[in-house]
Design a protein around this ligand. Structure first.
Ligand SMILES: [Zn+2]
Length: 226
């Protein structure tokens, strides 16, 4: 009985929002674009999933981020790219710029501000100065196998994070610090767990040996984190 009442109320609420009878602030309106200047809330994941398939919603969300990026021309070929950007920095510097689909760039922005910096403050009491990565776009199948499906890297929907440099110059690497009972080890675990709120799939050294030196993050799936 209670279940049906809750469902009826939710349906009415959705209808009222859809029709514009109710005008909540944009952060609490499921139909307005994700605003990265607002703190994450219960609708963030829904908005992230929605912008994966709606370029205009995605562009609006990306414009609210602190990322430095510029649009890249569409490219043909075996792994055609369209609506991609080149990200060259943000709250933290990058070991090098990278190409990203719009949804990946939004997920990365959310990851850097909501997962990386809070974990760094909790564990080290300082900021991360630079994120080190092994690349995003690569025209290949998963694990480079001929008979496998296309990797999310082939559409610039994935990035491999190798480590971090803290504000005081300390280096943290997935290869050396993962699984250690040290501040660096705890920091990496917190970053991996936090990344699951921004990316659909996050795979690290706990998943398999192919990921021993990086955290793979992509925009497919729904909170698959290992
Ligand atoms: Zn990867």
């Amino acid at each position: 009985m209670g279940k049906w009442l809750a469902l009826a109320i939710l349906t009415m609420l959705a209808l009222a929002l859809w029709q514009g009878w109710l005008r909540p602030p944009p952060a609490w309106n499921p139909w307005s674009p994700l605003d990265l200047r607002e703190p994450a809330n219960a609708l963030t994941r829904w908005k992230l999933a929605r912008l994966r398939h709606q370029p205009q919603l995605c562009a609006a969300a990306l414009a609210t981020s602190t990322l430095k990026y510029h649009a890249q021309a569409d490219t043909p070929g075996p792994c055609p790219l369209s609506d991609v950007v080149r990200v060259s920095g943000g709250e933290q510097a990058l070991s090098s710029s990278f190409i990203a689909s719009c949804p990946m760039a939004v997920a990365f922005a959310l990851f850097s501000q909501n997962a990386v910096q809070p974990a760094a403050q909790r564990v080290f009491g300082q900021a991360v100065a630079r994120i080190d990565h092994l690349g995003s776009f690569a025209c290949r199948n998963i694990y480079g196998r001929v008979d496998a499906r296309r990797s999310l890297h082939a559409s610039a929907n994935a990035i491999d994070i190798a480590g971090f440099r803290m504000a005081d110059g300390r280096q943290i690497s997935v290869l050396h610090d993962w699984g250690q009972d040290t501040p660096a080890g705890r920091f990496l675990r917190e970053v991996r767990d936090g990344a699951c709120d921004s990316f659909g799939t996050v795979l690290g050294p706990d998943y398999n040996a192919a990921h021993r030196n990086h955290l793979h993050m992509d925009t497919a799936g729904w909170a698959l984190c290992r």
